[in-house]
Design a binder for this molecule. Structure first.
Ligand SMILES: O=C(O)CCC(=O)C(=O)O
Length: 307
């Protein structure tokens, strides 16, 4: 059976990215101290206990999934904004977008008796398009120890280069066994799935994922963390939720007011009390768009195409 690489939490991002590029997944050990794990669990506990079990065989009939964690859990916000994880998002996602975004927050509790989840790719949420573009970076923060018995995530190292229809054999599947406070990092393209829980204890994993800024989010952050809550958060987190322009002219809105009573196109942060800067995304994004348009015009002049 293959094993996932374990690296210490303070490993430089460049080294972590090299393993992620090769294997599609790895574990960062010691990301949270025991007291921080206990505090996070305590904050999430009332919501987790009140969460009904999954709705279908894929989400798990002995699994609970608790969301809206940016709105509900201040300590989850710290995990979402963890600089060590964002450095990995910078490396994987920024080559293909101006801004990446929060895709999902979910406490996944796998309870005794849960069967193994089908092995899948998370990127299939968007269909089978965009081969060659990595759309997603995932984390699962272990809030209990993850063991082969209690449902440690199944991961197929190196499978990010497989065709969609290849089925992993048992001997190709690693288990993300790790201590509470460690974090499984994996891409949206690597094959993986929740593990079976054949123990008598719950497995708690805090799943926080990030995606290219021009894709639809799995957890609708504008509804899970609406403006009245988002306005209390720090600006970088607001932007990660989606309360910022994703690119030039991507993500503006118009306050639905009677004629003449409000501005027309404004950036999302206007809904949080921010200023309307009078642009469609700021000078930097405008300059990038004009430069790209210039390149396109030059190519068209040479090739005679309109592309
Ligand atoms: O909880 C896990 O270990 C993985 C869950 C998963 O892959 C999913 O729900 O899509």
């Amino acid at each position: 059976m293959p094993a996932l690489v374990h690296l210490p939490a303070d490993t430089p991002a460049s080294e972590v990215l090299a393993v992620l590029a090769r294997d599609g997944a790895l574990i960062l050990d010691g990301m949270l101290a025991p007291w921080a794990v206990a505090a996070l669990k305590g904050e999430l506990q009332p919501y987790v206990e009140a969460t009904p079990i999954g709705r279908d065989a894929f989400s798990g009939d002995r699994t609970t999934r608790t969301g809206a964690l940016v709105a509900r859990s201040p300590l989850t916000r710290t995990a979402v904004m963890d600089g060590r994880v964002l450095a990995l998002c910078d490396g994987v996602l920024t080559p293909n977008c101006q801004r990446y975004q929060l895709h999902l927050t979910q406490l996944i509790r796998i309870m005794p008796g849960q069967a193994a989840q089908p092995i899948h790719r998370d990127r299939w949420a968007w269909g089978r398009q965009m081969p060659g573009v990595e759309p997603q970076v995932n984390t699962i923060w272990a809030l209990t120890d993850f063991t082969a018995a209690n449902g440690a995530t199944q991961v197929v190292p190196g499978s990010q280069v497989w065709p969609d229809d290849r089925k992993a054999q048992a001997a190709e599947i690693a288990r993300a066994e790790m201590q509470a406070g460690s974090v499984l990092i994996y891409t949206g393209t690597v094959f993986h799935g929740g593990g079976a829980n054949v123990s008598d204890e719950d497995r708690w994993g805090l799943n926080i994922t990030y995606a290219l800024g021009w894709l639809r989010q799995e957890e609708n952050q504008y509804l899970s963390c609406p403006p009245q809550i988002a306005r209390t958060l720090e600006p970088d987190l607001q932007a990660l939720l989606g309360y910022a322009m994703g690119n030039y002219a991507l993500g503006y809105f118009t306050p639905p007011l009677p004629p003449g009573e409000g501005p027309e196109t404004v950036p999302p942060q206007y809904a949080l009390g921010g200023a309307d800067d009078g642009t469609m995304g700021g000078a930097e994004l405008l300059a990038a768009t004009i430069a790209a348009a210039g390149r396109t015009t030059a190519v068209a002049a040479v090739t005679g195409s309109g592309q």
